[in-house]
Design a protein around this ligand. Structure first.
Ligand code: GSH
Length: 251
């Protein structure tokens, strides 16, 4: 059994798909729809790992939860060099953003998601949380004043990790046009273009056509066009669709 990615629609686990494409590792995907009333992951996920949350990855006998751990595991399996940089200062920044994405950014963004559903009763809490989240936005924006990507001028896996909280911040965390560098970062992510890559690859600017991709082809995160590989090539993959309580379908 090779790598199996358990992917929940509109979730953090889209980063794992993007990373796998960058690393050009073969994988299979089991896709889950969210429960329609609660937005939660289906109960079947808890059969794979008791937390029942995604990101979730299986590799042979290993079952790994937590995006950061999954990233470390996958980066160790590929010769593609977008993991821990050698330079100590860049490495420290890389590690900072790897941890910061889930450790500091996602908790308030999750709180905002929940509070937004509560309507007027939560207005004061939302305002306070957004005010404090603006400190994160200001700092991150300033970080990108001096370099193109979060760790360095070269793209690293830390940028993949940071992409999801910044998407969420644009939706509900107050990331608007005031934060020019963060918007530029997201534009670069969506365009799939890498500035100053560390290693030459053919045809960096040609984007794969995702417009007519069917469920039978390589999965692409449904909410964004994040899953674009540096080379325009896609790792070989297979999709298994698991919609809430339906049977598994394999292609
Ligand atoms: N820090 C964890 C967060 C896991 C998490 O909360 N995942 C969300 C997806 S965005 C989830 O599974 N939500 C569905 C649920 O809790 O039922 C990670 O990076 O994997």
């Amino acid at each position: 059994m090779g790598i199996i990615v358990h992917h929940l629609e509109n979730s953090r686990s889209q980063r794992v798909l993007w990373l796998l494409e960058e690393l050009q590792l073969p994988y299979e995907v089991v896709r889950y729809g969210r429960e329609s009333t609660t937005g939660r992951a289906p109960k079947a996920v808890a059969d794979i790992h008791p937390l029942g949350k995604l990101s979730l990855l299986q590799d042979g006998s290993l079952t790994l939860a937590e995006s950061g751990l999954i990233f470390e595991h996958l980066l160790g399996k590929s010769p593609v060099d977008i993991g821990q940089p050698i330079d100590p200062i860049i490495r420290q920044r890389y590690q900072l953003f790897m941890h910061y994405a889930e450790g500091s950014l996602m908790p308030p963004l999750f709180a905002l998601l929940v509070l937004n559903r509560m309507g007027d009763a939560a207005r004061a809490a939302i305002s306070e949380l957004k005010q404090s989240f603006a400190e994160h936005l200001t700092w991150m924006n300033a970080e990108l004043e001096t370099r193109v990507w979060f760790a360095a001028d070269s793209f690293t896996a830390a940028d993949v990790m940071m992409s999801f909280p910044l998407e969420a911040a644009r939706q509900r965390g107050g990331l608007d046009s005031r934060y020019e560098k963060l918007n530029l970062f997201l534009e670069r992510v969506h365009a799939g273009r890498r500035i100053a890559p560390r290693w030459p690859r053919a045809d960096l600017t040609r984007l794969p056509d995702t417009s007519s991709r069917s469920e039978n082809s390589t999965p692409v995160p449904v909410s964004t066009s994040l899953c674009v590989s540096r080379s325009g090539r896609r790792a070989s993959s297979r999709t298994i669709i698991f919609q809430a309580s339906q049977a598994v379908h394999s292609s």
